[in-house]
Structure formats: structure tokens, C-alpha cells
Design a protein around this ligand. Structure first.
Ligand SMILES: Nc1nc2c(c(=O)[nH]1)N[C@H]1C(S)=C(S)[C@@H](COP(=O)(O)OP(=O)(O)OC[C@H]3O[C@@H](n4cnc5c(=O)[nH]c(N)nc54)[C@H](O)[C@@H]3O)O[C@H]1N2
Ligand SMILES: Nc1nc2c(c(=O)[nH]1)N[C@H]1C(S)=C(S)[C@@H](COP(=O)(O)OP(=O)(O)OC[C@H]3O[C@@H](n4cnc5c(=O)[nH]c(N)nc54)[C@H](O)[C@@H]3O)O[C@H]1N2
Ligand code: SF4
Ligand SMILES: [Mo]
Length: 742
């Protein structure tokens, strides 16, 4: 199926890149249905011409011959294309079979990251969830930003009321566990991070990075400190303690602090970190006491400042407590809701007032007793829910825009579990490591064939904007949007629906989900803004810099900040235990991202993967020497759950005693059908990360700070380990490769 340009004479198309959170404006030159070039849109008020190398992957994805254009069914003779009506009917039968035989909750569903980058998907997913009616829900949130949601829910009364760094005005930015030069920023939608960080320095401000690796971001920062993985909680406790010790949170100052005046429990914060002096945490964290003290002084003395933490802090054993401390430090130092501090965006579509506040631990997972958040169980619970027999065991599964075999801890275990289900369906573009286990794959249209508006990421934008992009290409009439697949399945699975739901589904199917967007814009905080207006402004509408939003932003009934001190203080016992048992000889594994990669799914673009393999084990020369490892040599890395063989990249970018492997690789598994990705297979770091290593307070996965052992592999043995001759790189040593996909 080929797609047609919406208007044949239209040669220039403006839109927003939806691949990551940065929302860059792009200009696509095209000749009919052929893309000629993709460049940055200089007239986009938000990104002003900036793009990263991934933007061109939109073309590669659109043209990729491996991308499915038609549903496929797995048969004993391999994958066969089937018609949409057949595929949808069979999926409905498969789901009903599982649910009638084993109960509603025996069907699990996993929602992956690209869902939140998909307008139609975001606005209509409730119809899919409402029709399958399962409580066994999982999503990428619990291997990502879950702590941010919980902190915001507790403190501000809503899981999406998340403040972001006012990076355009700050004079001091402390970045803990984020590498925005590679990731382009996260929970901080801000295109062109390099320029933004340089601008801070150019206006005599300071950028300080805390990271076990001297990252691309650390390279251009004013200052960088190595930290032992998963010890950030100690650094943050010491910083909070120092803030009080140095008099920066004395009563007089606090009385002048707007956010503090809204936080009744603030007095209890003075004692929260009293046991954690800078001296007491220096040796474990690896950061000298004098540096910790100076950082606090400089942070507090700066005319404006913000402390920001991302993946490296969120997705580790103390993710939630660390994110809480980051928020508390911003509050007591008067940085919340202040220009140049941590501020609340005001998006044109008000997602906070259009959704529930969130809840933690209403239910617990059957096998491991882990808390749900807002109806999702932690991803680390998924495989056991499939493997452990008993009432409530998962027998069927649906993945929507996700690849959990590569993206969640102990991927091998999940791989095995998925191979043994009664029924599985994937909504995905590709036959990949996860979807190869599906009985049927339903592929939606490409991003260039759909309208776009960022419902999610405008809520995290460092400057308020709004932009609507219509589809560049008209989809083939038989092809389906994600939202159409949801509605088709809902129609087949859910016959007894209320009149209101029926009407809504009818309206969506006739008008498309953009009518919901229009309603959202009209009900939103900007008078006169609607879809028609956005359609006229092809480059987007500038809605101005972030403005103070307290107390109105608070969603608690009493319009106060609830510090929830008891809940967080209880986690200090775990911190104490960690300190007492700390083994500083342990080698710890962390992750990394590269600007030319995007989680597990852009490795089938030749432009992005070309050059030297990026799936390497980075380690410090001292660590290499201790283990007899040479640069370029194969190394066996072993954790509690598995073992991979991977090439060493010896570099002093890494802190001694820490090793790093990027996630999203491991395309050498049998049955994957992505030729370019397979030729750059790499290994999956999540065959090493451990599904029992979690932040118990939140249920979030802990993929950073995983204990591993290293062993240099002699060349002749490393050859024996190659399990798939098609791949060009070392593969996992596990023999549990699934043969369920042809
Ligand atoms: N190019 C590219 N861009 C992306 C993505 C991608 O895969 N590729 N993914 C997107 C997604 S889904 C997300 S969520 C965002 C993530 O955005 P970021 O959070 O900026 O992502 P990372 O590059 O993983 O940065 C995490 C940093 O934490 C460090 N780190 C690891 N462990 C620790 C620790 O214990 N303590 C501290 N202080 N630091 C630690 C790592 O060395 C790394 O530099 O990126 C998004 N953008
Ligand atoms: N060790 C380690 N593991 C990690 C991370 C880490 O830093 N370290 N990062 C974690 C993070 S932050 C995240 S967000 C997760 C991501 O984990 P996932 O969301 O599970 O995986 P992705 O790699 O983003 O895979 C997305 C899938 O969706 C498909 N897809 C893309 N767009 C669409 C669409 O519009 N519709 C449909 N139906 N399908 C689509 C792609 O083909 C791909 O198969 O990985 C996590 N895993
Ligand atoms: S940074 Fe790159 S991938 Fe992210 S939105 Fe911009 S162009 Fe797209
Ligand atoms: Mo993510």
C-alpha cells in the first residue's frame, strides 16, 4: 500500500517531530508522495529551526520496507498477511477466548512509550481499555517517570501537575542523572539543549552535572561530579541538611517563601535529613564534603536556580525518595514557581483538569504484591504474572506501541513467558523482539499519515506554545490509525455500552479524534484558541514564557502543598540499611542514550545506525585493568539474572567501578524481521537488569546501579557464544530463545 500526498501540488509541509519529547518544528519538502528532505523549521516559535539527526528517521520509518502495512498472522508456515476485518475478528475471538475461559484479568495489556507521542492514541485509548475491562495493566511509566507522578500527586494533588525547569531564565541548573544533550530533554520539553545550556553559561550562570559518566552534557557544563550509581539519595539528603545548616532555610527566609507558606508540614523538613552530613555521605557517593557544601552555597546564593533529576535518579532503587528530595530542596530554597526555578507549564489543552489525580497502591500485584499506580501494575511484575500458576494468571496479552522484551528488566524471562501464552496481539509497526510472539500484529499508519498535536509534552514545555500539524500523506483507505484499531476492537468486544459512549465513538469515527482536541482547546485556559486558529498558524502559536501558578495550580481541596512527610520518612530505614551494608567494591551497571537512537525502535534506519557499533560496554581504564580487559575485547557481563558478551570500550568518561551499556539493542533474537537492526544487533542490557531490583516505595524498576561481574573473554570462546550467525555482534548466552515466531 502506498500513501498519497494530501494535495499533490503542495510541496512544503510544516509539522512537529513526534519522536521524542522536544517537539521540534520541521519542514518537509516533498514531491507528491515522495519525501525530499526534512529540515528544522526556523519559523517555529518554540524550536526556531533546531532538529536532531533523528528527524530524518521519520522518512526512513515511512519508507521502511520492513514496516508492516497490513495485519499479519503467525502460522506454522510463517507470517501471512491477512485482511483487516479478518485480523480484527480473530483478535476479538482470541481476547474473548482468554477472558471467558480464565476471567477478564487473565488478559494483560502493556502500553509502550510511543503512545504518549500519538494524538489519536492518547485521546481514545480509554475506549480500548474500557472494552477489554482488565485490571492487568502495565506501561512503560514504571520503568521511567513514575516517581515524578507520585511526588506531584502527593504534593500538588495531581499526577500530571509536574513543574519543569525554567531553563530559559535560570542562573544555576543542577542536573542529576539526566543527559539532555543525548536525550534532548525529558520532563522538560526544550529543543536545542546545547544552546540553552550554553546560554546559561553565557549569562554568567552555572550548569552543574551529577552523573557516573562524564556525558555529552557534562562536557559542556561548568562543573561535573561523578557519583556512585543509586547513591543520589544520600547526596540529596546531605544537600537538604546543608541548606538548613548554612542558614538558607531559616525561619525568616522561609516566611518570605511563597511555596513554603502553602506547605503546612514545612517545619518537619528541618529535621528530615539531620542524620546526613556532607561528611557522612562523601565516601559512598564519591563526592567530597567540601564540594557538596559549596554546591549548596552556590545554589542558594544564585539569583535563580533549579535542581532537576531525570532517568538516572528516577529509575534506581531510591527513585521516589530522590525525586521527593529534589522537589523539597527546590521548595525550601524558594525555587518553586519562581522565574528561573521550577515552574508549572500552562498548556493549551489542560490535561490536569481533564484527568483523575492518580492513586498509589489501591491494589497489589498477585505474585509479588507490588503496588499499582493509577491502575497500572509495575512492569517488573509482568513476567511472573504470566509464569506463576494460579487464579488470576495471565493467559493472554496485548502490547500497544511497546517492546518490553528489550525495554523491561529481565527481558529473557519475559521473552519466555510471552512464548507460552494462549493468545497475544501486538499493535506495532514491526515484527520485533516482543511482537514476534504475537499471534496477530495490527500495524497502524506511519506518523506522516496522521495529524499531530502534543497533548502530553506541552504539559512539560519550558515555554507555552500550541501547534497542530495535519497529516502529510493521506493514508490508504484500508489502512488504520491506532485510534481506529481501538474503536474496531471496542465495537467487537464491548456491545453493552452507554449511550454517551456510543455517541462519542460515533463522533470520533466520523470526525476523527481532532474533534476532542478542538473541545480541549476551547475549554482550555487560552481564550479564542481552537483548532481553526491552530490550522491557520502552520508554525505554531507562541503563548509566552512560564508564569507563576501558585496557589491556583494546586489540586488539593485545601489548595495547599501536602509534603506527606510520614510516607517519605519511612523510606529512610531503607537508606540506613543501604549505607550500613554498602559494598564499594561492587561493579555497578548503568544505562546510556545516544542522540541517534530512540529506545528500541529506530535501529532499522541505516542513517541512524551507520558507523561504529554503539552497543558497547563502557568502562574506566582502571576497572578494565583490574579485570584484565583491553579496549575492543569481548567481555562477559553477568548479573543475578543473566549474562551477555559485549565489546569493551575503555574510556575515562566512566567513573571507576561503573560500567555502562545502552538499552534498546539485542535484535539478534530469532524471528525478528528488521534487517538493518538485525545487522546492528548488539545485546540487550535488560537481559542483565533484574526484575527483583526495584524501588520498593514506588514499584519503579531499577535499571541503574545493577551489580554485575566482569570477565574478559578469550577470542576463541567468544566466537562459540554467538547464537545467531546473522548478527554482527556478540549475543546473549541464554538458550531460551523462543522459536514461536517463524
Ligand atoms: N536520543 C534519544 N533520545 C531520547 C531517548 C532515546 O532513547 N534516545 N529516549 C527518550 C525517553 S523515553 C526518555 S525517558 C528520555 C530520558 O532522558 P534522560 O533522563 O536525559 O536520559 P539518559 O540519557 O538516559 O540520562 C540518564 C543519565 O543518568 C545517568 N545515571 C545513571 N545512573 C545514575 C545514577 O545512579 N545517578 C545519577 N546521578 N546519574 C545516573 C546516566 O549516565 C545518564 O547520563 O530520553 C528521551 N529521548
Ligand atoms: N535498561 C534500560 N531500560 C530502559 C530504559 C533505560 O534507560 N535503561 N529506558 C526506559 C524508558 S524511559 C522507556 S520510555 C522504555 C521504552 O520502552 P517501550 O515503550 O516498551 O519500547 P520502545 O522501544 O519505545 O518501543 C516502542 C514500540 O512501539 C512501536 N511504535 C512506534 N510508534 C508507534 C505508534 O504510533 N503506534 C504503534 N502501535 N506502535 C508504535 C515501535 O515499532 C516499537 O516496537 O524503555 C525503558 N527501558
Ligand atoms: S530532538 Fe530530534 S527526535 Fe526529538 S523532536 Fe527534535 S528532531 Fe525530533
Ligand atoms: Mo522514557
Amino acid at each position: 500500500m502506498s500513501s498519497k500526498a494530501v494535495q499533490d501540488n503542495e510541496q512544503t509541509h510544516f509539522r512537529t517531530c513526534n519522536l521524542c519529547e522536544a517537539m521540534c518544528g520541521i519542514v518537509i519538502k516533498h514531491d507528491g508522495d515522495k519525501v525530499l528532505s526534512i529540515k528544522g523549521d526556523k519559523d517555529d516559535p518554540f524550536s526556531q529551526g533546531y532538529i536532531c539527526p533523528k528527524a530524518t528517521a521519520l522518512q526512513d520509518l515511512h519508507e521502511d520496507p520492513d514496516r508492516l502495512r497490513q495485519p499479519v498472522e503467525r502460522t506454522k508456515d510463517g507470517w501471512k498477511e491477512i485482511s483487516w476485518p479478518d485480523a480484527l475478528d480473530k483478535v476479538a475471538v482470541g481476547i474473548k477466548f482468554v477472558q471467558q475461559k480464565h476471567g477478564k484479568n487473565a488478559l494483560g495489556i502493556y502500553l509502550g512509550n510511543p503512545n504518549v507521542h500519538n494524538l489519536g492514541g492518547m485521546l481514545t485509548i480509554k475506549h480500548l481499555l474500557g472494552s477489554i475491562k482488565t485490571r492487568s495493566r502495565f506501561s512503560a511509566t514504571s520503568i521511567d517517570q513514575l516517581p515524578h507522578h507520585i511526588v506531584s500527586m502527593h504534593l500538588f494533588g495531581h499526577m500530571l501537575r509536574i513543574p519543569v525547569p525554567d531553563i530559559n531564565r535560570t542562573q544555576y541548573m543542577l542536573i542529576i542523572g539526566g543527559n539532555p544533550l543525548a536525550s534532548n530533554g525529558s520532563i522538560m520539553t526544550a529543543p536545542n539543549m546545547r544552546q540553552k545550556l550554553k546560554d546559561i553559561k553565557a549569562r554568567d550562570g552555572k550548569v552543574v552535572v551529577i552523573d557516573p559518566r562524564r556525558t555529552e552534557t557534562a562536557e559542556i557544563a561548568s562543573e561535573h561530579h561523578f557519583i556512585r550509581p543509586a547513591t543520589d539519595v544520600l547526596l540529596l539528603l546531605a544537600m537538604l541538611n546543608e541548606t538548613y545548616a548554612q542558614g538558607y532555610a531559616d525561619k525568616a527566609r522561609l516566611n518570605n517563601n511563597k511555596a513554603v507558606s502553602l506547605a503546612p508540614e514545612i517545619e518537619r523538613i528541618a529535621d528530615f535529613a539531620k542524620d546526613y552530613s556532607a561528611e557522612s555521605v562523601a565516601s559512598i557517593t564519591g563526592i567530597a564534603a567540601v564540594d557538596i557544601k559549596r554546591m549548596v552555597t552556590e545554589f542558594c546564593e544564585a539569583p535563580s536556580a533549579v535542581c532537576y533529576g531525570r532517568m538516572g535518579v528516577s529509575v534506581q532503587a531510591f527513585g521516589l525518595l530522590s525525586q521527593y528530595l529534589i522537589m523539597v530542596i527546590n521548595i525550601v530554597t524558594g525555587r518553586l514557581d519562581e522565574a528561573g526555578g521550577l515552574m508549572f507549564p500552562k498548556p493549551a489543552v489542560d490535561v490536569v483538569n481533564n484527568s483523575g489525580p492518580g492513586y498509589l497502591g489501591k491494589r497489589h500485584s498477585r505474585v509479588n504484591n507490588l503496588p499499582d499506580f493509577n491502575g497500572d501494575y509495575p512492569v517488573v511484575a509482568m513476567a511472573d504474572e504470566m509464569l506463576v500458576e494460579g487464579e488470576g494468571q495471565l493467559k493472554g496479552f496485548m502490547t500497544v506501541a511497546g517492546n518490553p522484551v528489550l525495554s523491561t528488566p529481565n527481558g529473557e524471562k519475559l521473552d519466555t513467558a510471552l512464548a507460552n501464552l494462549d493468545f497475544m496481539v501486538s499493535l506495532d509497526y514491526f515484527i520485533n523482539e516482543t511482537s514476534r510472539h504475537a499471534h496477530i500484529i495490527l500495524p497502524p499508519v506511519s506518523p506522516l499519515e496522521r495529524d499531530h498535536y502534543d497533548v502530553t509534552f506541552n504539559n512539560f514545555a519550558v515555554h507555552n506554545v500550541a501547534k497542530y500539524s495535519k497529516a502529510l500523506f493521506r493514508k490508504h483507505k484500508k489502512a488504520k490509525h491506532d485510534w481506529q484499531i481501538y474503536l474496531e476492537l471496542a465495537k467487537r468486544l464491548d456491545k453493552k455500552v452507554s449511550m454517551a459512549t456510543k455517541v462519542e465513538r460515533l463522533l470520533i469515527s466520523v470526525l476523527g479524534p481532532k474533534f476532542i482536541l478542538d473541545q480541549g482547546l476551547r475549554r482550555g485556559p487560552y481564550k479564542g484558541l481552537n483548532l481553526k486558529k491552530l490550522k491557520k498558524n502552520l508554525h505554531g502559536v507562541d503563548l509566552g514564557p512560564l508564569k507563576p501558578m501558585l496557589p491556583q495550580a494546586l489540586k488539593h481541596k485545601d489548595q495547599k502543598i501536602h509534603l506527606n512527610v510520614d510516607f517519605y520518612q519511612a523510606d529512610l530505614d531503607r537508606v540506613q540499611a543501604m549505607m550500613q551494608d554498602y559494598d564499594d567494591t561492587q561493579i555497578l551497571l548503568i544505562g546510556r542514550r545516544h542522540v541517534r537512537s530512540n529506545n528500541s525502535w529506530l535501529h532499522n534506519s541505516q542513517r541512524l545506525v551507520k558507523g561504529k557499533s554503539r552497543c558497547t560496554l563502557m568502562l574506566h581504564p582502571e576497572t578494565a585493568e583490574q579485570h584484565g580487559i583491553k579496549d575492543g575485547q569481548d567481555v562477559r557481563v553477568t548479573s543475578r539474572v543473566g549474562s551477555v558478551v559485549i565489546t569493551a570500550e575503555v574510556t575515562d568518561e566512566l567513573m571507576p567501578g561503573v560500567v555502562s551499556i545502552p538499552h534498546g539493542f539485542g535484535h539478534g533474537r530469532k524471528g525478528v524481521k528488521q534487517k538493518i537492526a538485525q545487522a546492528h544487533a548488539g545485546v540487550s542490557v535488560n537481559d542483565l537488569t533484574d526484575d527483583t531490583l526495584i524501588d520498593t516505595l514506588s514499584g519503579n524498576a531499577a535499571v541503574n546501579g545493577v551489580p554485575v561481574q566482569l570477565e574478559a573473554v578469550a577470542p576463541e570462546t567468544s566466537n562459540l557464544d554467538t547464537t545467531d550467525s546473522k548478527t554482527d555482534s556478540p549475543t546473549t548466552t541464554s538458550d531460551s530463545e523462543s522459536s514461536s515466531a517463524a
